[in-house]
Design a protein around this ligand. Structure first.
Ligand code: GLA
Length: 510
């Protein structure tokens, strides 16, 4: 009797809860509401995840796409029982770009058809239900208080070497890196100063139970690879991010900075490129200095000399604080592409940053595209000349195993490399621009100067430089660095015919 009474009371009390739960469950399960995970196979034992965080109310669909490095709000979302559409808009009017999504839903998965601007063939992906937190950035760890990281004594001249990204993206492995090291020696590049063989993004896997970073299938033994590269008299570089995920969606160093620096030291790593990307989902741009300082400290504490390369696309005036976090170089722009437009936009845009370069810490206008095929030989000579005048890091970004003689000649010109590597460490600056014709000057340790006479136009042009406009009166010995010819002492001014999209690079000495 009592029991029945209590059972009845209990039922009365919990019935509304059951009813509410029951009412909520079916729509939650049946609608688009929830987190949907697309897992793309990277082909190296790792996966890149994109999460669609959606919410359906009647026929309205809202939500975000959670990418490794950013979140995109969806707009104009509509949904019925089993179909939905929405768009993602990037950029600002009038240059905004719309990507449209159309989705069909089965009980456990979504089929997502994506139409990107300018792409005729849509892409189709499958997403399955994920947990309520799938795709979330990890909890924020407060960045450290600012202090000055001591100079590591490295990179007294701009670093020289090779990096995998521009040519290979993710399609390379340890065997490729060994062959690149071999080619760096056999091509003569090592003999003229190229030293660092740098692995960019996509070597990482997850972490083991102790939090130690793991390498994926492409890099079965990082220490053995470092030993091999060292055996050639070269050095090995690696890549990571202060975020939880790198730009390509691989494991970053977030919350594992000291541990990763120790692992790099154990492997024998000599250079780290540290790429903001995923950190942008955790920190603000104003916090970059503290975040980069953390890894700067960690590298120093590792006890191994490791060149520290900051990659945050020139945001938040990195040149003003790069040296204080122990940085040896910092990217000044977004990514370079293998085109005349990209290379010249970046290269000729570096003039205001000249005061910030000095031995030990350099402006980095990004890696070289020489030999990748998107420019002519004349244009690649402009690339090499400009980077040398800028005292920029010279990191070849091509496939060193299969270079044309012209590519080798451009990359290994000793006179041009000497301009880049000049021990004074001054970054060149623009003397003058007359439309498409520019003159750049880099003071050298010897008291001489390197001068670039650039023709950015489409027709041949004659460019003249008067010694007086450089503040260098008297006669000067002139050497044409691409022709490899001494032109003798020249009074008053030097004039040269410069081919379209071309350069004449000279060194002048008293
Ligand atoms: C960013 C960097 C590139 C390269 C890629 C790798 O885009 O700027 O240089 O490292 O990430 O994912």
């Amino acid at each position: 009797m009592h029991h029945t009474f209590f059972a009845l009371c209990a039922l009365i009390l919990i019935a509304p809860i059951i009813a509410v739960t029951a009412r909520q469950d079916p729509p939650g399960q049946e609608s688009f509401t929830g987190r949907w995970v697309v897992r793309a196979d990277n082909g190296d034992g790792t996966f890149r995840e994109t999460v669609y965080a959606l919410e359906q109310r009647a026929t309205t669909l809202t939500g975000r796409i959670l990418n490794p490095t950013n979140e995109q709000p969806i707009v104009e979302g509509t949904a019925s029982t089993d179909t939905a559409t929405f768009a993602v808009v990037t950029g600002r009017a009038p240059n905004e770009r719309r990507t449209t999504y159309s989705i069909t839903r089965s009980e456990t998965s979504l089929t997502i058809t994506i139409t990107r601007p300018g792409q005729t063939a849509p892409q189709t992906l499958t997403a399955s239900r994920g947990s309520a937190t799938a795709g979330d950035a990890p909890a924020r760890v407060e960045p450290p208080a600012l202090h000055r990281v001591p100079d590591n004594g490295l990179a007294r001249t701009p670093p020289m070497g090779w990096n995998s990204w521009n040519h290979f993206r993710g399609r390379f492995d340890a065997a490729t890196v060994r062959a690149i090291a071999d080619a760096m020696v056999s091509s003569g590049m090592k003999a003229v100063g190229y030293t660092y063989v740098n692995i960019d993004d996509t070597w990482e896997a997850g972490r083991d139970a102790s939090g130690r970073i793991l390498t994926n299938r492409k890099f079965p033994d990082m220490k053995a690879l470092a030993d091999y590269v060292h055996g050639k008299g070269l050095k090995l570089g690696i890549y990571s991010s202060p975020g939880h995920l790198t730009c390509a969606g691989y494991e970053g160093s977030y919350n594992h900075e000291a541990q990763d620096a120790r692992t790099y030291a154990e492997w024998g790593i000599d250079y780290l490129k540290y790429d903001w990307c995923g950190a942008g989902r955790i920190y603000k741009d104003e916090e970059m200095q503290a975040v980069y300082q953390k890894m700067g400290d960690a590298l120093q504490a590792s006890g191994r000399p490791i060149v520290y390369s900051l990659c945050q696309y020139g945001r938040n005036d990195v040149w003003a604080w790069g040296p204080q976090v122990g940085g040896n170089l910092w990217r000044t722009t977004g990514d370079i592409g293998d085109s005349w437009e990209s290379m010249t936009r970046i290269g000729f845009g570096q003039d205001p940053l000249a005061p910030h370069a000095a031995p030990g810490h350099w402006n980095d206008p990004d890696m070289l595209e020489i030999g990748n095929g998107g420019m002519t030989h004349a244009e690649y000579r402009v690339h090499m000349s400009l980077w040398a005048l800028l005292a920029a890091p010279l990191l070849a970004g091509n496939d060193l195993r299969s270079m044309s003689p012209e590519t080798v000649a451009i990359l290994t010109n000793r006179d041009v490399i000497a301009v880049d590597q000049d021990p004074l460490g001054r970054q060149g600056h623009r003397v003058r621009a007359d439309g498409d014709l520019e003159v750049w000057d880099k003071p050298l340790a010897s008291g001489g100067h390197a001068l670039g006479l650039f023709n950015r136009g489409r027709t041949p042009a004659r460019i003249a430089v008067r010694w007086s406009e450089l503040g260098l009166p008297g006669a000067h010995a002139v050497r044409d660095l691409w022709a490899g010819r001494d032109l003798g002492k020249i009074e008053t001014e030097y004039a040269a015919d410069v081919e379209p999209h071309g350069v004449v690079l000279v060194r002048i000495d008293r």
